[in-house]
Ligand binder design. Structure first.
Ligand code: GLA
Length: 524
């Protein structure tokens, strides 16, 4: 299957022969990259039982009621359409902890068993029902000997359990981090499960399975998670609070590790600040809206955690706002970059999005969040914040809550209206015409030095080499060398006209010095 996809991709996009060779070679690459398999190209959207239903409510009845609620069309919205949550993009329905039959360790040399009172249909029929309703199904395990709530889990049985879940028809696995007794590091433990999933997919001829690792940020999974899993928790558990520091609130979960993990986000590998508490009483509509906007600008997974069958219209309106969801689901997969603030008072996040193919406009979403409880007056968003060099470039500024254009002729900077305590403004900036840097653009400055210069010339990324006889290397964020070449003299060099969109590290070594810079490449 994978071979077919790679070959098809080569012929369809007429990539150079050399790149086809590279794609084929990756088939035989080390198992650490086994999960770069084309799944979860945009952040997963769906529902998980834990935040509202907890342990006792992890039942077939609740799951099926949630599924029905997600298919219920609501009155015509601002688009003039009646839609349901499934229409808005939510497709996974995931069980969390407590689906198993009885506490304790894994049955010795035997498969896991579900709780037959809570799941009378049984897992294969439950996944079948969900599939018939147009959903995909997710299940939960733990990397230790028992789950966080004390039920049997997968340590030492990764391959057997992965096979069981996929055989039962599941499409998604969350793998938690309690009760590890074999001293495995997160990377070792989750590589074992990733390998189990790869083997089970192969044995059962399945693909598209999503693997969500949940080490709560332990072991900095963003630095190695790309290829080991499709998403990884960046922090401990969220709770239904808005303000706070450290895990346990919207603000705490969002800010903790944000700047460290943000550059590692991308298609197939997502930072996960935990599931949504929208609708669970974190304050009111203002806080719910802000929570949703923040997760969307971060390109975070959107897993609802509320009592979906009983949600209010206000909760539905927030969760089904397709203009805000489009920011989350943008195919470039960049997480918003914090351009102002320190996570305590007012922050501004900018998420560069894919240009529309026909117009090559520059599009950036902006979320201004007021963490404080009092209102704040206008905040200025400058064109430099947007990554726009031409200060006279006109932009349309659209309010994604009100679904109206606030200006069609903004230049240089834009000042927001007053933002209430704990509130956000969620805006979309679209240039009025094509901009020069539409193909490639630097997202962040060089990491270790400000001396590594990059530029875009005729749509090709170039870097400046300041010493003769230097070596230029390009790495993926997981440290894998993508390409290298030698630079005989001090000059500008084309880095690679054919690199796929994504974030890369450039390293120039010469004259006993090493200079590194991070660049993000955007495609048209
Ligand atoms: C951990 C996870 C939570 C949830 C519970 C279940 O705390 O981080 O998201 O899965 O376990 O016990």
């Amino acid at each position: 299957m994978k071979t077919f996809q790679n070959l098809k991709c080569c012929s369809l996009r007429t990539l150079r022969k050399a790149f086809c060779m590279l794609a084929l070679l990756t088939l035989f690459a080390s198992s650490a990259f086994a999960l770069q398999d084309g799944a979860a190209r945009t952040p997963p959207m769906g529902f998980n039982t834990w935040n509202y239903f907890g342990c006792n409510g992890c039942t077939q009845a609740n799951i099926l009621n949630v599924a029905k609620a997600m298919l219920l069309k609501h009155a015509a919205n601002w688009e003039g359409k009646s839609i349901c949550l499934q229409d808005a993009g939510y497709k996974y329905i995931n069980l969390d902890d407590c689906w198993l039959n009885g506490k304790g360790g894994h049955p010795v040399n035997d498969t896991l068993k579900w709780n037959t009172s809570n799941f009378p249909l049984g897992m294969p029929k439950l996944t079948d029902s969900l599939h018939h309703m147009g959903f995909l199904a997710g299940i939960y395990t733990c990397a230790g000997t028992s789950t966080c709530a004390g039920y049997p889990s997968s340590q030492g049985y990764e391959a057997m359990d992965a096979y069981t879940y996929i055989k039962w028809g599941f499409n998604y696995l969350k793998d938690d981090w309690c009760n590890i007794t074999n001293n495995a590091t997160p990377q070792q433990a989750y590589t074992a499960m990733g390998n189990g999933i790869t083997a089970a997919n192969k044995a059962l001829s399945k693909s598209g399975f999503v693997f969500s690792l949940c080490s709560w940020g332990d072991g900095n999974p963003w630095t190695w998670g790309d290829g080991a899993a499709h998403l990884w928790r960046t922090t401990g558990d969220i709770k239904s609070n808005f303000n706070g520091s450290g895990a346990g609130s919207v603000q705490g979960n969002y800010i903790l590790n944000y700047n460290e993990a943000q550059p590692y986000n991308g298609p197939g590998h997502w930072n996960d600040p935990d599931m949504l508490e929208v609708g669970n009483g974190i304050g009111g509509a203002t806080q719910d809206q802000s929570h949703f906007d923040l997760w969307c600008i971060a390109a975070a997974p959107l897993l609802m955690g509320n009592n979906t069958p009983a949600m209010t219209e206000q909760t539905f309106t927030i969760l089904s706002n397709r203009e805000v969801i489009a920011v989350n689901q943008d195919s470039l997969g960049l997480a918003g970059h914090r351009v102002a603030g320190n996570g305590q008072t007012v922050d501004i996040y900018v998420k560069v999005m894919k240009s529309k193919d026909t117009t090559a406009q520059r599009i950036a979403a902006v979320c201004v969040v007021n963490w404080g409880t009092g209102s704040v007056s206008g905040q200025s968003i400058t064109w430099a914040n947007l990554g726009e060099k031409n200060t006279s470039q006109k932009y349309t500024v659209r309010d994604l809550h009100a679904h109206t254009d606030l200006s069609t002729t903004a230049t240089g900077s834009y000042t927001t209206a007053t933002i209430p305590g704990n509130g956000t403004q969620m805006l979309l900036f679209t240039s009025s015409n094509a901009v020069e840097t539409r193909d490639y653009a630097g997202l962040t400055g060089p990491m270790n030095t400000d001396k590594l210069l990059t530029r875009v010339n005729a749509n090709v990324l170039e870097c400046y080499v300041s010493h003769a006889n230097s070596l230029v290397q390009v790495f993926s964020l997981s440290g894998k060398e993508v390409s290298s070449f030698s630079a005989p003299e001090a000059n500008w060099y084309k880095v690679n006209g054919r690199m796929l969109p994504g974030t890369y590290i450039l390293r120039v070594t010469g004259n006993n010095s090493v200079m590194e810079g991070k660049v993000a490449l955007f495609s048209k």
